[in-house]
Design a protein around this ligand. Structure first.
Ligand SMILES: [Zn+2]
Length: 375
C-alpha cells in the first residue's frame, strides 16, 4: 500500500474511535480498545491532507506570538472556513474539527470544550491563534504526534488519588472517593496488561511533590491525579473538568477570571512536565471524552493550571475533576459504588484510547503488519 494511503487508513481507523464517541449524544459506548490494539501508522508522509513542514510565520499581537489560522490550517493539512463576517473559523477535515472565535479563549475541538491559553485575535482581516496554543493544543488534539518524537507504548500508569490524611479535600468525602475510584481504575487497567502504581493506597497525607516523585521513581509513562470538585453555596453546578499543566508563558485558566490577580505562580520558566505538553493535551482529551460521554456529565472543559503534583513529572500528566460534591444531584450519584465504578471505567477507557492513539501515530517498524499490535 502506498505510504499516503497507509497514513490515511491509520488516521481513519484512529479517528473512527473519536467519531463514534462524538456521534453519541446519548451516552453510548464505543468498543473499548485494548492497549496497543489500534493499527500502527506509518510516519506522516506528505500528502493532500497530511500535515506539512516548514517554518511558520509569527506576529506579535498584544505582546504574544501569534500565527494566522490560514497558516495553521496549511501546516496541519486542514481546511479553513471563516464565517460570521470573519469572527468565526473552523479548521477541519472529514475526521477532526476545531471551531474558534475572535476574542474568545474557549474553542470546540472534536466536539469537546477546550480553553485555550490565549484568546483568538484578529489582524489584517485574518484570525490568529497564539503560537503556544497552536503548538501545544491545536496540533496534539487535531494531529496527534505531528512535530514531536513518537512515544513508546505506555507500560506504567501512576494514579494519584487526591488529598488524604489531614487534607480531606473539598469535603470529607473527596479523599475517600478519589482513593476508591483509583483502586477501581487500577484493577481495570491491570487487567488490560498495564502496570499501575497508586501514589497512596491508604488515608495518608502526601505533599504534592511526593506525588510526582512517586511517578518519577516508578518510571511512569503517564500520570492521572483524581479529584472531585466543589463550589461553595452552589448546589446546581455539576460536570467534569480535565486539567493539563499550563505551558511556559501561559496563564492558568483561572487567572483570566475577573477580578484579575497577579498569578501566584511563575509563568516564564519551563517545568519538567512541560516537555510533555503535546502528549498531556492528548491524554486530557482522551479522558475528557470518556468522562463526558460515558458518565453523561456536563463538559466543563479541558483547562490549564499549575497543579503542584504535575509540575515535576517526567511523563505526560493530567488532573481530572470527576464531578461536584457540592451538586445535590451529582454528589448523590458519586456516593454510590456503582457510579464510582463507572468513573473508574471511563478513566481506564480514556487511558486505553490514549494508548491506542500513540500506537496509531507511531512510525511502524519495517516489515510490521498494519494490524500488528505494539506492546
Ligand atoms: Zn481535590
Amino acid at each position: 500500500m502506498p505510504p499516503a494511503l497507509l497514513w490515511r487508513l491509520a488516521l481513519a481507523q484512529f479517528f473512527a474511535v473519536a467519531s463514534l464517541a462524538d456521534a453519541a449524544d446519548a451516552p453510548a459506548r464505543a468498543t473499548p480498545l485494548r492497549p496497543g490494539g489500534a493499527p500502527a501508522a506509518s510516519a506522516a508522509p506528505p500528502g493532500p491532507s497530511a500535515p506539512t513542514g516548514g517554518s511558520l510565520a509569527t506576529r506579535k499581537l498584544r505582546g504574544v506570538d501569534y500565527v494566522s489560522l490560514a497558516d495553521a490550517a496549511t501546516r496541519l493539512g486542514l481546511k479553513l472556513t471563516v464565517s460570521d463576517r470573519g469572527r468565526k473559523a473552523r479548521l477541519a477535515d472529514g475526521q477532526v474539527r476545531a471551531d474558534l472565535e475572535f476574542d474568545v479563549r474557549e474553542a470546540a475541538i472534536n466536539g469537546l470544550r477546550v480553553v485555550l491559553g490565549d484568546p483568538v485575535q484578529q489582524a489584517s482581516g485574518q484570525l490568529y491563534v497564539s503560537r503556544i496554543d497552536f503548538e501545544r493544543c491545536l496540533t496534539p488534539l487535531l494531529r496527534p504526534g505531528f512535530g514531536v518524537p513518537p512515544r513508546a507504548a505506555p507500560r506504567v500508569v501512576v494514579l494519584d488519588p487526591g488529598h488524604g490524611g489531614r487534607d480531606p479535600g473539598t469535603s470529607a468525602n473527596e479523599k475517600a472517593h478519589a482513593l476508591d475510584v483509583a483502586r477501581r481504575a487500577k484493577k481495570i487497567l491491570e487487567a488490560a496488561g498495564l502496570r499501575v502504581v497508586l501514589t497512596r493506597d491508604a488515608d495518608v497525607f502526601l505533599e504534592l511533590a511526593e506525588r510526582s516523585a512517586t511517578a518519577v521513581a516508578h518510571r511512569a509513562d503517564l500520570f492521572v491525579s483524581i479529584h472531585f470538585n466543589a463550589v461553595a453555596g452552589d448546589a446546581r453546578t455539576s460536570g467534569v473538568e480535565v486539567y493539563a499543566f499550563a505551558p511556559k508563558n501561559q496563564h492558568s485558566t483561572a487567572w483570566w477570571n475577573a477580578p484579575r490577580r497577579a498569578d501566584p505562580h511563575p509563568e516564564t520558566s519551563e517545568m519538567p512536565v512541560n516537555r510533555y505538553d503535546h502528549w498531556s493535551a492528548l491524554l486530557a482529551q482522551s479522558l475528557q471524552r470518556r468522562l463526558v460521554r460515558d458518565l453523561d456529565a456536563a463538559d466543563r472543559g479541558h483547562k490549564l493550571a499549575r497543579w503542584g503534583m504535575l509540575r515535576g513529572l517526567d511523563c505526560p500528566g493530567v488532573l481530572v475533576e470527576c464531578g461536584f460534591l457540592t451538586s445535590t444531584a451529582e454528589a448523590k450519584k458519586i456516593a454510590t459504588p456503582a457510579y464510582r465504578q463507572k468513573i473508574a471505567e471511563a478513566l481506564a477507557t480514556g487511558v486505553r484510547d490514549y494508548v491506542a492513539t500513540l500506537a496509531a501515530v507511531r512510525p511502524r517498524a519495517p516489515g510490521a503488519s498494519v494490524a500488528g499490535t505494539a506492546k
